[in-house]
Structure formats: C-alpha cells, structure tokens
Design a protein around this ligand. Structure first.
Ligand code: TMP
Length: 216
C-alpha cells in the first residue's frame, strides 16, 4: 500500500455545522475544478460507498434513539474505512482531487466535543480506519448557531426528517461542536482554511476558490 506521501492527488475535506452550506460549496468547487481540467472525485461521510450508505441510514435515522455513543463512533469509522479503501485512496493514487464532505474532524467534534468521548479514542480508531490518510486541506465553513441550525431545520422540513437524528441534538451540543471546530482550526492553521459562511452563496464560493488558489 503506498504511503500518504506517495499519493499523487490532493485530499480536500469540507467541514462545518449542519446547515452551513458545505455540501453546496463542495459541488460548486468540484464543478469549477473540472472546468479547469482537474479530475475530481466527490464523496461523503458517512456514505460514499454502497456499504457506507447503509451505515448512514442507521446513523441518521431519528428512530434509533438507543444508539450508544461508542456504537455511533464505530459506525462512523466503519463507513470511513470502506470509503478510504474503495474510493478515496484509489482516486488519490490515480492523481485526482478528492473532495470529501466531512471526515475525521467531524468525529473529533461531534463524538469528541459533542458526546464527550476522548479525542485519543477517536484518533486510535482513525489510525485503524484511515491507515495514516489525512486531508491535505480542510475548508471549515463557520457560521453562528442560529443561522446554521435554522437552515438545517428548514431543510429537514422540506425534505422530511429521515436524517435528522444529530440535527435534533440540543443547542449546547451544537455549540460545543462549533467551538471544537474553531479549536481544531487554531491548532492546525496550515491545513485549515476558515471561511465565514454567512455571505451570499456566490461570495462564499469565490472566497473558497481564492483561499485554495495556491493549494490545489
Ligand atoms: P451531513 O448531513 O453533513 O451529511 O452529516 C451527517 C450528520 O452526521 C451530521 O449531523 C454530522 C454527523 N456526523 C457525526 O456526528 N460524526 C461524524 O464522524 C460524521 C462524518 C458526521
């Protein structure tokens, strides 16, 4: 298996709170990079593979209130291990830009800061599931709680509640998620690009392209 440094492509992740607009921004960036001749592979966590999509349904189904925090943690990493082996590594070996909607930073902030699981446990599982693969760049779309949760709520009302198990957590949970993200970005400023997500969609997209100009 090639070491991460032997991978020719660029591994870029998008992170942020529910409703921050990262999925839309990921698609816009993918389109832009393709127009500029890059091979782009889009994927998502949890999900990204057929097995991952089945795991995603279990994780986000609001009926699954009995899920224990460690069960949840292991399922997120089960989806990720499959995605890394089946989609992400092969694409990076082939020289593609891989855009992944969420990755281990989500687990660090949602299961670590949100659920109170130890960061050390999350990182141990990351070593098993991802085998040393880390994002080269992470775009964090930051936004205040009120705006992001308002948007997530409207989206759920529009498209049904089938994926709302984590969105339905308390404001205190989401507040610790946001703080966790900002703390992560502060500890790794060379990897993180932090973008204010409250601007109009086109402005946010432009800011992201500008920030990535010399990276991707
Ligand atoms: P999404 O709606 O952005 O696709 O994310 C699905 C939900 O799963 C979202 O509420 C964040 C949550 N999540 C975690 O709690 N831990 C993780 O490791 C990941 C990837 C997502």
């Amino acid at each position: 298996m090639p070491t991460p440094s032997a991978l020719r492509g660029h591994f870029l992740t998008f992170e942020g709170m529910d409703g921050c607009g990262k999925t839309t921004q990921l698609r816009l960036l993918a389109q832009y990079l393709r127009e500029h001749g890059r091979n782009v592979v889009e994927t998502v966590e949890p999900g990204g593979t057929e097995i991952g999509r089945q795991i995603r349904r279990i994780l986000l189904d609001p009926a699954n209130t009995a899920i224990q925090p460690r069960t949840e943690l292991l399922l997120y990493f089960a989806s990720r291990a499959q995605n890394v082996d089946e989609v992400i590594r092969p694409a990076l070996e082939a020289g593609s830009v891989v855009l992944c909607d969420r990755f281990t930073d989500s687990t660090l902030v949602y299961q670590g800061c949100g659920r109170g699981l130890e960061a050390g446990i999350v990182l141990d599982l990351d070593r098993i599931a991802c085998r040393g693969l880390r994002p080269a760049t992470t775009v964090l779309i930051d936004m205040d709680l009120e705006t992001s949760l308002g948007r997530a709520k409207r989206r759920n009302e529009r498209y049904g509640q089938s994926e709302s198990r984590i969105d339905d957590e308390s404001a205190a949970f989401h507040d610790s998620v946001r703080k966790g993200y900002l703390a992560l970005a502060a500890t790794e400023p060379e990897r993180f690009v932090v973008i204010d997500g409250r601007a109009p969609l086109g402005d946010v997209a432009r800011q992201i392209r500008e920030a990535l100009r010399n990276r991707v």
